[in-house]
Design a binder for this molecule. Structure first.
Ligand code: 6PG
Length: 256
């Protein structure tokens, strides 16, 4: 089993595992990867294209990123959303609003570099269609034939969902569209999510997972790639798949 970003042998997908003692170490690692990938992307294609997730786990990272202030080329960085809840802007569960508070409001970045999912449209399906158009037109403008993110940050829930790709939903089987909706029986509102077709085409996809409550699923996802858990179906074709974990989330990895 690889450690601290070493490749894991025996997998066709390039999977890297990085396990850290605590949250501060994780954040330092993420910041250093952010700088490395950002600078590489901007050197090669003048822009750094990223998609970020909601949830609680990445909040510290977002706050730390904001501390880079003028030490990062924000004007060449474009932010997209991995997923969104179909609630109004400013709602406590609205992912973009959370990231705006933690990060976007604290850095010098043009509004046109921020790409929220419009949740004020007539329906979740209309939002998903609009966002797909946004993705297409942005990536065409930077001369990429189809959306290929430099970096996608994912989380994972205790049921093995990632983005808004939940067990047993149609969204898991969406092959043509890059953005779709998820209707959940156990959640009060619909979600809009990137699909595997765009996630699995990225250069670097990184799962950030902490806490012992996720340890059993982490093991099934990393070691068995068990397809009943949506996170296992993330398999980057021409890029690298990262699992960045704290000790609590990783404590079963490597055990028989
Ligand atoms: C969201 C997400 C979702 C999240 C996981 C983990 O909008 O909630 O994008 O996929 O990453 O549910 O969430 P936590 O970090 O809160 O555990």
């Amino acid at each position: 089993m690889g450690e601290n970003g070493l490749p894991m042998p025996g997998f066709t997908v390039d999977i890297r595992l990085a396990i850290f003692e605590n949250g501060d170490r994780i954040t330092d690692f993420l910041i250093s990867k952010w700088k490395e990938w950002g600078q590489d992307a901007i050197r090669m294609s003048n822009s750094f294209n990223v998609a970020l997730s909601g949830g609680n786990t990445p909040m510290t990272f977002y706050k730390k990123l904001a501390e880079l202030q003028n030490g990062f080329p924000w004007w060449s960085t474009h932010f997209f959303m991995v997923d969104e809840r179909f609630v109004a802007f400013g709602h406590p569960d609205h992912n973009f609003s959370m990231i705006k508070t933690m990060l976007f409001d604290r850095i010098d970045i043009p509004e046109s570099n921020l790409h929220p999912i419009d949740t004020e449209s007539s329906s979740p399906d209309a939002s998903a269609e609009d966002y797909e158009r946004d993705l297409q037109s942005y990536f065409q403008s930077v001369k990429k034939k189809s959306p290929r993110f430099d970096f996608i940050l994912l989380g994972m829930g205790e049921d093995g969902h990632t983005a808004s790709l939940f067990p047993g939903t149609d969204a898991l089987h969406e092959k043509k569209r890059m953005v779709t909706t998820s209707l959940l029986t156990h959640a009060p509102y619909a979600r809009i999510t990137l699909t595997y077709s765009v996630i699995n085409r990225a250069k670097n996809v990184l799962f950030l997972i902490t806490g012992s409550s996720k340890a059993h699923i982490v093991k099934r996802v990393i070691e068995k790639r068990d397809p009943q858990y949506p996170a296992s179906r993330v398999g980057v074709a021409n890029g690298t798949l990262w699992f960045v974990l704290d000790r609590d989330a990783a404590y079963l990895v490597g055990d028989a």
